[in-house]
Design a binder for this molecule. Structure first.
Ligand SMILES: C[S@@+](CC[C@H](N)C(=O)[O-])C[C@H]1O[C@@H](n2cnc3c(N)ncnc32)[C@H](O)[C@@H]1O
Length: 397
């Protein structure tokens, strides 16, 4: 068990000590031409500027470590935790992080951190404490403690059970007549460049596309990624765990694509706009963002009733309930036993539906122009009666 420690706000008098801790923990990783005097001057100025987010860790009234945390309504970001070498491996760091996890669990705010790519020991510690990679910069892996949104998505909607039953090889969305034109069109748009799939799932599209162009994925559900990994390894299709609206992966892409209605899994307009912005962040100028999405079916709503029946087969009933004010639809999937029993298994999927015109405006906000809209992947004309569309946006140069 960790010895009792105390965390207190840092003051200007602590700056020298804070520099000592930083230096002590960086030994062995400092560049050959490191200038300590110059570094200490810069460190001091920067620490004073950011004193409000800096704390000192104390053990028996002795200063033993440095802690930096940025708290915003969106996240608790652990920007750094360093202990004097003789204070390491005594459970203090783990206890501090457990405390932050408790804070994150209570407030429902994600706990994020960055770990330098050349610090594998720290990465192993965070892995053990339940952090998962959600993105990266040139120098750092971005990690998130997955007891918030990740778990919710994993367990409730895209958990192990759904992931196991997701693939239907050769039929439905996996039929060659669906997948063939999808992959042809995406490969043509990627050209000589790389493709990034938002919400890659089990790799229904990503896996066959990776035989033609380089594919990377972003995906929130680890259960879906586990299924993908039964087909291809990390080298063939690297996948970063994270939210497609915010997660960044390294490198540039000529194509970002988001298919099978999945933009509607983001439940607010703000998140959907962010998703477009995130696509733009990854694209080279002139690159394409392709979205496959259904057209809202509000014309099917009977007057005065908030629901439609989409399918009424003996073993399966699909009921869509609408909240028109918030532009939400929840699909209720009732699966009955084949022997005609009275019990049903119910799964519910919430969506925020988007009209094509609203989608185009989101694109415009993120710097895109609509290049084409078709009714299917083979290029059929999109009409007033088309149930869904393939919209291809081009990033303005
Ligand atoms: C309908 S599946 C589509 C999977 C795959 N793109 C395909 O075409 O088969 C939806 C996927 O979106 C993922 N997902 C949902 N919300 C997400 C988010 N905010 N960020 C990343 N992935 C998300 C789910 O975990 C699931 O794997």
């Amino acid at each position: 068990m960790a010895e009792p420690y105390r965390i207190r706000p840092a003051t200007a008098e602590d700056v020298g000590f804070l520099a000592d801790v930083s230096l002590a923990t960086a030994q062995g990783r400092l560049p050959a031409d490191f200038d300590e005097v110059e570094w200490r001057a810069g460190f001091s100025d920067w620490t004073i500027e950011t004193l409000a987010m800096t704390s000192v860790i104390e053990l028996s009234d002795e200063r033993v470590g440095r802690l930096r945390i940025r708290r915003t309504p969106e996240s608790i970001e652990l920007c750094g935790i360093q202990l004097l070498p003789e204070m390491q491996n005594r459970g203090i760091g783990t206890a501090v992080i457990r405390g932050l996890q408790a804070e994150a669990a209570t407030t429902g705010v994600p706990l994020d951190l960055g770990v330098e790519k050349d610090n594998p020991n720290a990465r192993r510690l965070y892995d053990r404490l339940g952090f998962a990679k959600i993105g990266e910069s040139d120098t750092e892996h971005k990690l998130r403690w997955l007891d918030q949104k990740g778990t919710a998505v994993n367990d409730d909607l895209w958990g192990a059970d759904t992931a196991r039953r997701y693939d239907t090889p050769g039929v439905g969305m996996f039929a060659p007549e669906v997948l063939g034109p999808t992959v042809d069109r995406l490969a043509a748009l990627a050209g000589e460049g790389r493709a990034l799939e938002f919400a890659i799932g089990t790799g229904r599209v990503g896996v066959p596309l990776s035989e033609r162009v380089s594919v990377t994925g972003i995906e929130l559900s680890t259960a879906m990624i586990d299924q993908l990994r039964t087909k291809v390894d990390e080298e063939t299709i690297p996948v970063v765990i994270g939210d497609m609206a915010t997660t960044q992966v390294s490198g540039e892409f000529t194509l970002v694509y988001l298919v099978f209605n999945t933009i509607s899994n983001l439940l607010t307009q703000a998140e959907q706009v962010e998703c477009f912005r995130n696509a733009a962040r990854h694209l080279t100028p002139g690159g394409h963002f392709v979205i496959e999405l259904w057209v809202p079916e509000l014309r099917r709503l009977p007057p005065g009733l908030p629901a439609t029946v989409g399918v009424a087969d003996p073993g399966y009933i699909l009921l869509d309930t609408y909240d028109v004010l918030n532009q939400h639809v929840v699909s209720h999937h009732f699966h009955f036993d084949e022997d005609g029993g009275t019990e049903a298994h119910l799964a519910r999927t919430p969506h925020r539906y988007i009209w094509p015109a609203e989608l185009d405006l989101m694109a415009q906000l993120a710097g895109f122009t609509l290049e084409s809209r078709h009714a299917d992947w083979s290029g059929a004309q999109f009409t007033a009666n088309s149930p869904s569309h393939i919209s291809t946006y081009r990033l303005n140069p």
